[in-house]
Design a protein around this ligand. Structure first.
Ligand SMILES: Nc1ncnc2c1ncn2[C@@H]1O[C@H](COP(=O)(O)OP(=O)(O)OP(=O)(O)O)[C@@H](O)[C@H]1O
Length: 600
């Protein structure tokens, strides 16, 4: 409960700071929205009482004018409030989104992104984050309005007939209890339906995803996936159906109860008026009060129940926004100097999670400054893991990685990464223009077309990009349209797998001569000519630079100054190509296999 109160106050604080004027205007509209029905009820009582008393028609002029004015005022606040809420929601949503993605960008490591619980939170945060504070304010103000209506009418009821006030409030108590019970059930059902609907979404996305379309069609797996999806939908529907049935039963019982209370009150007031104990105005007042108090009490309960679910969602947002750094970053990190000696892995042990086996087991090696080092080994040997540790996406479980003798954990990860250029094995194909796809490697270089083209040339993709319909400005996407409108807008252009890889290499080249250049399988999808071109580009760049190259094509690493053979997470051998190829061991086996493949 205290947690939810903290979440609610955090939501209000964001809403307040984002748009103070609009928050105050909403408070004013809510107070006015509560005052006007009360004014209408009192004016109606006055009109009826004057009507029942003897006298000429002029005595009704002022009460009627007041009644009309109050009725007109009743209609205005809801419209104004709707606009204020929408505008407030937009402003607050922007601030909330900005905070969320700033917090996400603050996560320097990859661990949190791979934690399924955090990934789930992040998804909820994206859904609820932007709307959360706006909703919380709206619900809070609804509650305020309903409390004011209830108090106002309860005071009026007490003034006219205290006993009736007690009956109306007591009549609403079962409804309050039932609504709270239902809201707990709703939250419970949402927790159970959530994972089922996520699986349904996954199957649905596979069925309509362009990347999956080829395999799904060739393997004729469409019906299988559709049935899985429908199975999940049916499971979710079963849960929702049972909730709906219970809700219906409770709501019907409550409606009967509240109508019976209202009917009883009405019957009593009419009887009391007939017996001369109440005036006609009192009857009008009581009828309005019973309806208003019952409506407001039920509304309050439903709002509180709805707010409960909202706040739980917004709690995910707060958890993400307030999450501390996923990797320990020193308060006063040491400066990252230009690499002079080299990078050392000193007895590095690493596993992705405590419950998973070690991926690296006591790995020790040095990448000397100015040298080219190659990393080879079977699939799953741990090569890409070495790269991720070098960029400090994770910290070793044991041992240390030293940059010129300084532990990476004592450096600022952002400053460290600024000194590294990399082409990753699982590079990203951004749905952006060709120029932006290269420029994202160094966003400061984005306006410098000559630099982007030079990087394209080095990666052997310049001609391809220049020939596109809009040259480097062509959108590389198969889903987005270039332009704002669907009518007449052009579709993006699709590149081949190898062309995409060259764009990714260009992105790495754009970063220019950094202290360390990492290439994780940069030529996996390239034809022989493109591979040759890229190696030439690399050699040009290398000239004195430090590189780490991972490749399964052993021919492309034979010039490396040092080759490290990684086997099941441990360094099995180190040396130059000529030493390793003639000795016993994994390298010569792999090399002979590849060479034999070419001879045949
Ligand atoms: N994010 C991760 N979470 C859990 N395990 C992982 C993760 N990434 C890799 N692994 C595991 O770590 C081991 C080493 O993976 P890694 O990607 O480093 O191998 P690799 O030598 O680069 O392989 P390949 O030649 O296939 O690219 C594998 O067993 C893999 O399943």
């Amino acid at each position: 409960m205290t947690r939810l109160l903290r979440v609610a106050s955090a939501a209000w604080l964001i809403a307040w700071r984002a748009a103070r004027g609009l928050t105050l205007a909403q408070v004013a509209a809510a107070v006015l929205g509560a005052a006007t029905p009360l004014a209408v009820a009192w004016q109606t009582k006055v009109v009826f009482d004057r009507l029942a008393a003897p006298g000429d028609a002029t005595r009704l002029a002022w009460p009627i004018t007041g009644l009309v004015a109050a009725t007109v005022l009743t209609a205005v606040p809801p419209q104004v409030l709707r606009y204020l809420r929408a505008e407030h929601g937009r402003r607050v949503g922007l601030v909330a989104l900005e905070r969320l993605y700033t917090a996400v960008n603050r996560l320097v490591g990859l661990g949190r992104f791979e934690d399924p619980q955090f990934a789930d939170r992040l998804r909820f945060a994206r859904q609820a984050g932007a709307a959360g504070p706006g909703h919380t304010v709206a619900v809070g103000l609804n509650l305020l309005q309903q409390v004011l209506v209830t108090v106002g009418f309860a005071v009026s009821l007490v003034a006219v007939r205290p006993m009736l006030a007690a009956v109306v409030v007591l009549g609403a108590l079962p409804a309050i209890g039932a609504e709270f019970a239902l809201s707990r059930r709703r939250a419970h059902a949402a927790n159970r339906v959530g994972p089922v609907e996520r699986r349904e979404l996954f199957y649905g996305q596979l069925l309509s995803d362009v990347d999956a379309a080829t395999e799904v069609r060739l393997f004729a797996a469409g019906a299988f996936l559709r049935d899985r999806m429908l199975g999940e939908r049916r499971a979710a529907d079963r849960l929702l159906r049972s909730l709906d049935r219970r809700t219906m039963a409770v709501e019907v019982a409550l409606t009967v109860l509240s109508t019976a209370v209202a009917g009883g009150c009405l019957a009593w007031t009419v009887w009391a008026a007939a017996a001369g104990r109440l005036s006609i105005g009192d009857v009008a007042m009581l009828v309005a009060a019973v309806a208003a108090v019952q409506g407001a009490l039920l509304g309050m309960v439903r709002d509180v129940a709805g707010a409960h679910t909202q706040l739980i969602m917004f709690d995910h947002y707060l958890t993400v926004v307030e999450a501390g750094s996923d990797l320990p970053v020193p308060a006063a990190p040491l400066p990252v100097t230009g690499l002079r000696e080299g990078i050392e892995f000193r007895d590095v042990w690493f596993r992705y999670r405590e419950d998973l086996p070690w991926v690296l087991r006591g790995v020790s090696f040095t990448i000397p400054h100015g040298r080219s080092v190659a990393l080879v080994g079977h699939n799953g040997a741990g090569k890409s893991t070495v790269v991720k540790l070098l960029c400090r996406f994770y910290d070793p479980g044991r041992g240390a990685i030293l940059w010129d003798g300084v532990d990476l954990r004592d450096l600022d990860p952002v400053a460290l990464r600024a000194r590294i250029a990399a082409v990753f094995q699982d590079f990203v194909s951004y749905e952006l223009s060709a120029a932006e796809n290269i420029g994202i490697g160094d966003v400061d270089a984005l306006p410098d077309r000559a630099r982007l083209e030079a990087a394209g040339r080095q990666a052997g993709v310049h001609e391809v990009l220049r020939e596109l319909p809009h040259g480097y400005d062509t959108l590389l996407s198969r889903t987005f349209f270039a332009g704002d409108e669907f009518d007449g807008a052009e579709r993006g252009t699709i590149l081949s797998g190898g062309q995409w890889q060259r764009v990714a290499v260009a992105r790495g080249f754009l970063r220019g001569r950094r202290d360390l250049m990492i290439l994780d399988e940069p030529s996996a999808r390239l034809d022989a000519e493109a591979e040759h071109q890229i190696h030439q580009g690399l050699q040009q760049m290398r000239g004195g630079g430090t590189t780490l190259l991972i490749s399964h094509r052993l021919g492309s690493i034979r010039d490396a100054d040092l080759i490290l053979v990684l086997d099941a997470g441990a360094v099995a051998a180190t040396g130059r190509h000529d030493d390793l190829v003639n000795g016993p061991g994994l390298y010569s086996e792999l090399f002979s296999l590849q060479a034999a493949g070419y001879h045949h």
